[in-house]
Design a protein around this ligand. Structure first.
Ligand code: COA
Length: 393
């Protein structure tokens, strides 16, 4: 195992307000996240050796946002845009981390950003839909993303004799914590009844089962462990990261009640961190709840619950703050919002704040083991990233 000095640590975080952000350009939105991250780390732009920008981007004003954001933010070092659909933020984290581990930089910025509302909703929904398999799914059947996840939901509800009301429990939890998060797009509690009354977007999934369209940005400052120790009293170490890919065409998958790529990424991450699974090892989880069904499948793919028992875990409130496995205490993608390229970094920001015991408004989890897990999925399971963080105690 690596010593803390040999790992990469997060030493600063920044987060923009998520929502409909027609008030700013993409560069200004990026700066809203980068500026507080630099301040938090106590460094300036000249200390940064590399920066990466997670961005899907086909709907927004700038095609080369890594360059324009960097120029606006005064970052003159090398940069790269990463794209792994909804896991583009985790890909950004990986590339920035690799630049440090390979010896090319001591300090790097990993950020993620999306300005989705630059295009009309119909265009956005079409572009996300094309992130399935274009020929077999989009061109022939006109699939949308709610449509893909509705297939999972239909299979899951049928296989485990569950109801739409059960899925709505995930929306209730998400909005409960989102209501406490000042950066969240929706800061309003909801109920199973309200969720059930919301319009179908793709049966059995309703508006309240879905993450929204969102503009937003998030940034983390990474440093090599020995450098991090000098700059920060509270570095949060990246212990391991597992990445896996699934088939492009869903018809070639074996299982429609979970994501094989998530399971493989988790196995790699656990092994890299010297753990044999979830066990009693974590204080907090950030999972990819782009739809309520995705949260339930994530519980089972990561090992928080056995197959078919995810809904029971949710209904018993075991994934609430005081439960056995606290999940998405920032409101998750569902309530905090899901600016595609920013989500993976936003999850890292939340984990860092929680492990530093700085989460606001009653969302702070009790930190006992000093360890947290992040799960970020791209496409319909095309990419999965599982990242394990610790306080390095
Ligand atoms: N949850 C709760 N409320 C939502 C919402 C959501 N996910 N999405 C929109 N709303 C609200 C809006 O704030 C708006 O409220 P208002 O009338 O009080 O202002 C209202 O619902 C209508 O919003 P609108 O944006 O016009 O909805 P829409 O029908 O065009 O789009 C979805 C709704 C769910 C279809 C769209 O947000 C979507 O496609 N989401 C999924 C995004 C996605 O696939 N991401 C990738 C996943 S990996």
């Amino acid at each position: 195992m690596k010593s803390n000095d040999e790992k990469v640590a997060i030493i600063g975080v920044g987060h923009s307000k998520f929502g409909k952000r027609l008030d700013v350009s993409i560069n200004e939105l990026g700066w809203e996240a980068i500026k507080p991250a630099l301040q938090d780390a106590g460094i300036t732009q000249k200390d940064v050796g590399f920066y990466s920008v997670g961005n899907f981007g086909y709907w927004s004003e700038e095609i080369l946002p890594a360059v324009t954001i960097g120029e606006y933010a005064g970052l003159t070092c090398g940069s790269l845009k990463t794209e792994a659909a909804c896991a583009s933020g985790s890909a950004s984290l990986k590339i920035a981390m690799d630049s440090i581990l390979s010896g090319n930089s001591d300090i790097a910025v990993a950020m993620g950003i999306e300005k989705m509302y630059n295009s009309p909703n119909g265009t956005i929904i079409e572009l996300i839909g094309r992130a399935g398999n274009y020929f077999w799914e989009f061109e022939n059947f006109g699939m949308t993303f709610p449509g893909y996840y509705a297939l999972y939901a239909t299979k899951y509800l049928d296989a485990f004799n569950s109801k739409e009301e059960d899925l709505c429990e995930a929306a209730v939890k998400a909005h409960h914590y989102g209501s406490m998060n000042p950066y969240a797009q929706f800061r309003k509690e909801t109920s199973v009844e309200e969720c059930m009354k919301s319009k179908y977007v793709s049966r059995p999934l309703k508006l309240m089962d879905s993450s929204p369209i969102t503009d937003g940005a998030a940034a983390v400052i990474l440093a090599r462990g020995d450098v991090a120790k000098k700059l920060s009293d509270t570095p949060v170490y990246i212990e391991s990261q597992g990445t896996a890919t699934g088939t492009a065409y869903m018809g070639r998958r074996d299982d429609y009640t979970g994501l094989e790529a998530s399971r493989r990424a988790a196995e790699i991450a656990f092994r890299g961190a010297g753990l044999d699974g979830v066990g009693n090892n974590f204080d907090l989880f950030e999972v990819h709840d782009c739809f309520t069904i995705a949260e339930v499948m994530a519980y089972e793919d990561l090992g928080l619950a056995k197959k078919g028992e995810g809904i029971r875990l949710l209904k018993e409130h075991q994934t609430y703050k005081d439960g056995k496995f606290p999940v998405n205490l920032d409101g998750g993608l569902k309530s905090k919002g899901h600016p595609i390229g920013a989500t993976g970094i936003s999850q890292a920001v939340e984990i860092t704040k929680q492990l530093r015991e700085e989460a606001d408004n009653g969302r702070q989890v009790q930190v006992n083991r000093g360890r947290a897990l992040q799960h970020n999925v791209g496409g319909t399971g095309h990419y999965a990233y599982v990242t394990i963080y610790s306080r390095g105690d």
